[in-house]
Design a protein around this ligand. Structure first.
Ligand SMILES: [Fe+2]
Length: 215
């Protein structure tokens, strides 16, 4: 962890599109996983929700116009706040799975997260749907009178739509993950430190199912 961070939006304006997409979706994953983490607290909640609001409103703008400084500033702040949330609340199954894929194939971390996150949202919402209502509201979804499970489903769809908008592939297969890799990736996923704070219980069959859905 850094002792000092310099947040300067000018440094972001020359990022290639794929890196902008990957880092933006990674920051969104940090915020969502920190918010639903078992180790969340009122301070990390505030940072996580604000990061979700900023990212869902500004990531596409930075992709369309790389010199949109207002959107760049919002993304810089969002990445910082998501970082402040997750370095205190830790993460969850998306990162636990993504670390294995990154280690096996050297695939871009944020792109892998972008593919996995909607699947993990749906899985975790089965255990704790209420936790996703505030996240849905932060992402701009209508939540009043909407069942929590439905909000979580719409949040998963919104994340997938955002991934589409910034050019992230639909599945892990296009990043080089094959069916034969699933039995290798699943057991080590359970040993990843991020799994300790995932909101729901996860066993090796759950992880295999999630990987197969994400292929
Ligand atoms: Fe990450």
């Amino acid at each position: 962890m850094p002792e000092i961070s310099v947040i300067d939006l000018r440094l972001l304006t020359t990022m290639p599109d794929w890196l902008n997409a990957a880092t933006g979706l990674d920051a969104l994953t940090h915020a969502i996983e920190a918010f639903v983490s078992r180790a969340h607290n009122p301070l990390t909640n505030n940072h996580a929700l604000h990061a979700v609001e900023l990212i869902t409103a500004n990531l596409v703008r930075t992709q369309v116009d790389p010199r949109d400084f207002e959107a760049r500033l919002a993304m810089a702040q969002a990445a910082l706040e998501a970082g402040m949330a997750f370095t205190n609340a830790i993460l969850g199954a998306t990162h636990a799975m993504s670390h294995q894929v990154g280690g096996l194939l050297d695939a871009p971390h944020g792109v892998v997260n972008g593919v996995l996150l909607p699947h993990v949202i749906r899985f975790n919402a089965e255990a704790w749907p209420e936790r996703f209502v505030a996240l849905g509201a932060a992402a701009g979804l209508p939540v009043s009178g909407v069942p929590a499970q439905e909000v979580a489903e719409q949040l998963a769809d919104l994340v997938r739509a955002l991934a589409d908008d910034v050019g992230v592939p639909k599945g892990l297969a296009s990043l080089g993950v094959a069916e034969r890799d699933v039995p290798v990736l699943a057991p080590t996923t359970l040993k990843d430190a991020c799994m300790a704070t995932n909101p729901g219980e996860v066993d090796v069959r759950d992880v295999e199912t999630l990987f197969r859905k994400a292929l």
